[in-house]
Write a protein that binds this ligand. Structure first.
Ligand code: ZN
Length: 203
């Protein structure tokens, strides 16, 4: 398996996931950084099968159309997303790239169409969970109660050993683990919904 985290202009992260034996790849959240993505695909002679969007915000989708046109890949996003997608997924969907099975977890809150992607003990968290923080909920479609449910009832139920890879480089390191975030991330240390709402609504 090939797994690459690529930092874009600004602090967005894009990810390339590939089964190098099957020569199939998926790109997650292609942002303002098309050249390194193309280089990885071409150097490894990978066929881009899917472009997966963790949510619809422009800084995560800026290069989606370019990649689709150039490589003929299919766009994958949550079924409620207003992204012009080929495949609409939902909680529990599995996206297959060669022998890699990418499990979709619906995690609304930052946006209604937010998804996290779980495969190979790695969780791509988009703008749902960052290293040391979580996504904002004050943009259109944001919902702090839903983010609480997504974080505490879905992500925190996963194994502590799972590595997390966020959509932005906002933290002290570019990746972390569920266990470390449980210990240090204030967004995951609130005692119930009320405390979380106070935390997230704090100026
Ligand atoms: Zn966002």
């Amino acid at each position: 398996m090939l797994f690459k985290q690529i930092k874009a202009v600004g602090d967005n992260f894009t990810y390339v996931i590939a089964d190098t034996s099957a020569r199939e790849a998926a790109v997650v959240d292609p942002s303002f950084n098309i050249k390194p993505i193309i280089k990885i695909l071409e150097e490894n002679r990978l066929r881009l099968k899917y472009i997966i969007c963790t949510h619809h915000h422009f800084d995560h989708t800026a290069e989606v159309d370019f990649l689709k046109t150039r490589f003929g890949a299919k766009i994958v996003a949550h079924k409620v997303s207003d992204i012009d997608k080929d495949i609409g997924v939902e909680d529990g969907s599995i996206v297959e790239v060669g022998s890699i099975k990418i499990n979709v977890i619906h995690t609304p809150g930052h946006t209604e169409d937010s998804i996290c992607l779980l495969f190979d003990n790695k969780l791509l968290t988009g703008d749902t969970l960052f290293v040391g923080g979580c996504g904002r909920t004050d943009l259109p479609g944001g919902n702090a109660e839903k983010l609480y449910q997504s974080l505490y009832n879905k992500i925190l139920k996963l194994d502590d050993s799972i590595e997390i890879y966020p959509g932005h480089d906002y933290g002290s390191s570019p990746s972390s683990t569920i266990g470390l975030e449980k210990s240090f991330n204030p967004a995951l240390k609130q005692k119930g919904m009320d405390d979380f709402l106070t935390f997230i609504n704090a100026p």
